[in-house]
Design a protein around this ligand. Structure first.
Ligand code: ADP
Ligand code: MG
Length: 228
């Protein structure tokens, strides 16, 4: 089976006030279908920078990114938007749910944007939210949910369109430790159940150890030593 994500020689630097910092210095990474990879590194090590590049959210990097068999550099803006919608799901540290919509609507909307039949989209939203233990919260708006519940809705939304690869940037970073573990377990169960792959940035060794593989970001490179 061919990889769902292939990154080769990825480099990114930022220049500010005449000073250049080299955040990513040649990243090579392959993620196989269904594989859940922890991207471990301390704050400031470049995890978000790497995920933004892989998420095709930012230009300005050198190197190659291939997602679901498509070379990002060969695509124009429209092509990148299409690939992002077709192949990727995103979970951020803060949920970014639409405040005026219910949990169910927040998970339904991205499917409608993809042209899915509304009744099917609602059914899938309910199925995903129920799998995450939120069947009693379908009609609640984000402000009526706890932080852990909000992140679960964000997880359901990320999986709504059956992405091959979920990118998660410290998805439980805003939660207390106990909630964090429960939300991460729910996330991992759902991603595995859907057969998706995931690249999950975290600075927490214990959370990283729950994933299939750990890669460490260190001085702009990945240490793929797998020893945790
Ligand atoms: P992490 O997510 O691991 O905490 P980041 O990827 O956010 O790390 O940041 C890595 C480094 O790159 C930091 O030193 C940060 O200040 C710098 N950086 C990130 N984005 C920018 C930007 N847009 N402009 C300048 N520096 C940036
Ligand atoms: Mg970050």
């Amino acid at each position: 089976m061919s990889e769902v994500l292939g990154v080769a020689g990825l480099a990114r630097s930022f220049t500010q006030g005449g000073r250049t910092i080299h955040v990513l210095r040649g990243i090579d990474l392959a993620v196989q279908p269904g594989e859940i990879v922890a991207l471990l590194g301390p704050s400031g090590s470049g995890k978000s920078t790497l995920l933004q590049a892989v998420g095709l959210l930012e230009g300005g990097f050198e190197g190659r990114i291939r997602i679901a068999g498509e070379e990002a550099a060969r695509l124009d803006d429209n092509g990148r938007t299409r690939l992002r919608r077709e192949a990727l799901g995103f979970v951020y540290q803060f949920h970014h749910l639409l405040p005026d919509f219910t949990a169910e609507e927040n998970v339904t909307l991205p499917q409608l944007i993809r042209g899915r039949d509304p009744a099917e989209a609602e059914q899938r939203a309910r199925t995903l939210l129920t799998a995450l233990g939120l069947d009693h919260r379908l009609d609640h708006r984000p402000a009526q949910l706890s932080g852990g519940e909000q992140q679960r809705v964000a997880v359901a939304r990320a999986l709504a369109n059956r992405p091959a690869l979920v990118l998660a940037d410290e998805p439980t970073g805003n939660l207390d430790e106990a909630t964090s573990e429960r939300v991460l377990d729910a996330f991992l169960d759902l991603v595995r159940g859907q057969g998706a792959a995931a690249l999950v940035a975290t600075h927490n060794e214990r959370l990283a150890a729950r994933m299939d593989r750990v890669v460490r970001l260190h001085e702009g490179k990945l240490d793929d030593t797998n020893c945790y």
